[in-house]
Design a protein. Sequence first.
Length: 411
Amino acid sequence: MNFSDILRTAFFALHGNWMRSALTSLGVIIGIAAVIVMMSIGQGTQAEIDKMVSGLGSQRLDIGSAGGMGPGGARMAQGSRWSLTEGDVEAIRTEVPEVQYVAGSLRGGTQVVFAENNSSTQWQGVQADWFAINDWKIAQGQGFDAGDYGGGAKPVLLGETVRKTLFGDESGIGQTVRLGRVPFTVVGILGSKGQGGFGQDQDDIVVVPLEAARRRLSTAQGMPPSTVQAIAVGVDDARNLDTAQAEIESLLRQRHKIEPGADDDFAVRNISQIVATRTATTNLMSKLLGAVAGICLIIGGIGIMNIMLVSVTERIREIGLRMAVGAGPRDVRRQFLAEAMLISLIGGVIGIAIGVAGALLLGKFGDLPVQLNTRVVLLAAGFSIGTGLFFGYYPARKASLLDPIEALRSQ
């Protein structure tokens, strides 16, 4: 028998018991759909982590006052609240050779008002290196010049979200806005960054020089002079992060006169360590999701094996007749293996369609990140064919080993 004859015979055999064949392929359908959805979620999550790494910077350290609020609003270790100063910033700049950029910052919330429009947003008071560390570009207008950091000027840079809220289609450059009750002049618009790795809108922000923020916006917080809430550090090479962190911790302990064995009044956050932890967690979850999908495929394959064994038992006399008219064990084995693979292949095609549709709908209407690509679909198709081949071989081999005379005697 040639391939077309085997395929045609297998199709008619399955068509004769189409309901049983459909129920048998259901396990494969569920398994393949699960593989596509689970792997798409895993890849989407990994893409979100890559986006977070890009947004936070892989060569960055963040230093916060213990007991204060670190970047993103995370509470640091307990202790003195305002322990970092601009003197610490300059000491890190001059005494830690691995440091390429360093910038102190203050942060708070405010209402930004222009005419009848207003927006509740976050303000950042920053030093010059803050833009390079955070990879912020100026989309329109200009950034701060050296004189703006002296404290007398009141320029402001608007994030894209704030600009749209206040000015609509206009740039707003040159206009005066109020941050709380204090007027500031818009000198530029920050380039859009979109949603961050932690789900926040990175464009919902206004940026002012550090000294202007200290004098005009943070007076109610009762900070000592020259205080900063956080220090961002950009290291020249990602391989030097741990070295730079150790040197900074030693330098700050010395400057803050912390006795050996006493707790630090600051906390250094290594972005690479956080990302590595999150990546490991994501990989573990991806393996778990893959295991669930694999179990679904195994269950579907066992279903195929079970039905094919039943089919062999039911068709013993038919097998004997085929062998009596000249069919060899190899022909019988191919026949039943083709039936198993056809069931798996049909289930795989339907499962791929359901999985792709499910992944697209989940990405559109769900909260989980989904990234669907051709490799996932091809891998699912390979799984489908492999399932039919693996679980169909034993029933096919059993059928091919039947004795023709004993098979013909079967009722």
